[in-house]
Design a protein. Structure first.
Length: 201
């Protein structure tokens, strides 16, 4: 059976009224409106890092002590590894708190760095890094420096994104966790003051 158009003389076939289907407008999915899944917290131990290096002559100043710049470089590396382990994300370094060199580390001694994430503030992480020396001949072992380094997790387009919170368990971890908020407020205040002084002239 052939159905003809209402005009009759065109000869073009058309669907009978009963066969016509009314289509609902298609709604485009917006990936930006997906609800973010709640991030599960991670323990401090999940981010712990220990790095060990021998201090070589090319790492030292004329006095035979490791260069401060080399120590700072290793602090950033150790801290970044801890932050990577916690966030499983790309990172950028945004600040380093006051850094003191209390004891020199001599050529031939070991420099040991221990780092862990202390607290997360949505997209940023505070990482504690402690530096030690070890003399493998005498057995001497002492802390030489410490610093708190802040990193921000970013995606492949350098946009910050949330990372899992920290779950402190031990008394020391809980103490560092509580104090991290005060340290953050202090460093943000200092940063705001420095930016006004140096970048807004």
């Amino acid at each position: 059976m052939e159905f003809r158009s209402a005009k009759g003389d065109s000869g073009a076939a058309s669907m009978p009224p009963a066969a016509r289907v009314t289509r609902k407008p298609h709604k485009m999915k917006n990936p930006n409106r997906k609800e973010a899944k709640k991030l599960r917290g991670k323990t401090v131990d999940a981010s712990r890092v220990e790095m060990v290096e021998v201090v070589l002559p090319n790492d030292a100043n004329p006095l035979g002590n490791i260069l401060g710049g080399k120590v700072m470089h290793l602090i950033d590396i150790a801290g970044a590894i801890a932050a990577h382990r916690h966030s499983r994300s790309l990172l950028v370094t945004v600040s380093v708190d006051n850094l003191d060199f209390v004891h020199p580390i001599r050529v031939g001694q070991l420099i040991i760095l221990r780092a862990h994430v202390t607290r997360v503030f949505n997209t940023s992480m505070e990482v504690a890094v402690r530096v030690f020396l070890e003399d493998y001949l005498t057995g001497e072992h002492r802390q030489t420096s410490s610093a708190f380094v802040t990193y921000v997790a970013v995606d492949e387009h350098s946009r910050p994104h949330p990372v899992p919170p920290v779950i402190p368990r031990t008394l020391e971890e809980k103490h560092e966790y509580r104090e991290a908020l005060a340290r953050r407020r202090h460093r943000l205040s200092l940063a705001a003051s420095a930016h006004r002084r140096y970048f807004e002239k």
